[in-house]
Design a protein around this ligand. Structure first.
Ligand code: PEP
Ligand code: MG
Length: 383
């Protein structure tokens, strides 16, 4: 939404008083309480610079996300509310690569029924027009607890991220998933329905979810409720175990979407919500990049398209590294479309691939610095 937000500022309520002027610098992660004049002046100058950059991003809105050597990168946006679909127009993105359907569940006072889900999905598809929308079935449970779930269904485990959430919950609460499947099927009448499942750990979970959808398609047909002209099924790869069974999964999916937010917390065994660990592991580590390169390589060899939909892909330097390992489709937060597109249009993909391969063959101690230095030397727009 373009609203600067800083989290994890300890003791802020003792430092700031009501009515204080506060400068919030979301780019650098700093907050200044009761700033003096020179600070305010400096801040205003930086703000006008960032407005200038925003105007530059707006100017490339209708230009393709294409590298200097002619590689087209698909840039889609992550969304969760009906209003987010407007972002497609504003950013010029290629579609919605991740529609987080659980948002509707999280903001409601009670479990949204099939009808209200149907209304939302229709609205989103209508505003997307010809552009594709990938709906992710609900990722609730764990830290995205629904206050109206029954007491015994609330997760009070110590590790909610690794708990009874997402597809694990959906496969045991089939009525919930059935209602969602019916709403999605009916909303996509006459179009292509793209649906993916979160937190798939083993291929059988994907199979069970897909079978449930296919049964509902049959039901919709027999009930003369109409249905999509085609369904594309995808799995989210965010649990590392799935990477070991790609040979079983890939022949059965139409696409793979890598959720790097969850994936990296599981790869590093580091809670994504723990502030003490926030700076410890880097997305630009050889471990992450080699892992993603392997998954992408296997999927591409099987003819399955791969998209990265975690926050990692919304950062220009990280997105450059992802292009370097062969990934060519991203779904990112709308505010990141401009900066990432500017980066894409400034690179030679062939040269980036060569560099990233060389770095991954013999990783330097500071991967991020090596990549950033190289990017600067080669005129890459990393902001
Ligand atoms: C992810 O885990 O990277 C992802 C896109 O899903 P979410 O952030 O909604 O868990
Ligand atoms: Mg996730």
């Amino acid at each position: 939404m373009g609203v600067p937000v800083i989290g994890r500022v300890s003791d802020i309520r003792h430092i700031a008083n009501e009515g204080d002027t506060i400068l919030v610098d979301g780019d650098n992660g700093t907050v200044v309480v009761r700033p003096n004049r020179p600070l305010v002046h400096g801040f205003e100058q930086r703000m006008s610079l960032s407005q200038k950059r925003r105007a530059e991003f707006a100017a490339i809105r209708n230009l393709p996300a294409e590298t200097r050597d002619g590689q087209r990168i698909q840039l889609m946006v992550n969304a969760g509310l009906a209003e987010d679909a407007a972002m497609l127009e504003a950013t010029g993105a290629d579609g919605i690569g991740l529609f987080r359907t659980e948002f509707q569940f999280l903001i409601a006072a009670q479990l949204p029924g099939r009808e209200s889900q149907l209304r939302l999905y229709r609205k989103v598809l209508e505003s997307a027009g010809d552009k594709p929308v990938v709906f992710r079935t609900v990722d609730i449970g764990g830290d995205k607890a629904l206050p109206y779930l029954a007491e015994d269904e609330k997760d009070e485990s110590e590790n909610p991220a690794m708990g009874w959430r997402a597809l694990r919950l959906s496969l045991e609460r089939k009525a919930l998933m059935k209602a969602q499947a019916r709403a999605l099927i009916e909303a996509s009448a006459g179009r292509t329905l793209r649906v993916m499942f979160p937190m798939v750990s083993e291929p059988w979970e994907y199979e069970e979810a897909r079978a449930l959808f296919e049964e509902q398609v049959q039901w919709a047909k027999s009930a003369k409720r109409g249905g999509p002209k085609k369904i594309e099924f995808g799995a989210m790869l965010e649990v590392p175990s799935l990477a070991e069974t790609l040979d079983m999964l890939l022949p059965r999916v139409d696409f793979l979407s890598i959720g790097t937010n969850d994936l990296t917390q599981f790869l590093f065994a580091a809670d994504r919500a723990d502030p003490r660990l926030a700076e410890r592991y880097d997305w630009l580590s050889p471990a992450i990049l080699r892992f993603l390169r392997r998954v992408n390589g296997e999927a591409k060899a099987a003819g399955v398209p791969v998209r990265v939909c975690g926050e990692m892909a919304g950062r220009p330097l990280e997105a450059m590294a992802l292009i370097g390992i062969g990934i060519d489709s991203f779904s990112i937060t709308p505010a990141a479309v401009g900066p990432v597109k500017a980066m894409v249009r400034s690179i030679d993909a062939g040269a980036v691939k060569e560099k990233v391969e060389a770095l991954l063959a013999k990783p330097p101690p500071k991967m991020r610095k090596s990549l950033a230095d190289w990017a600067k030397r080669h005129g890459v727009a990393i902001g």
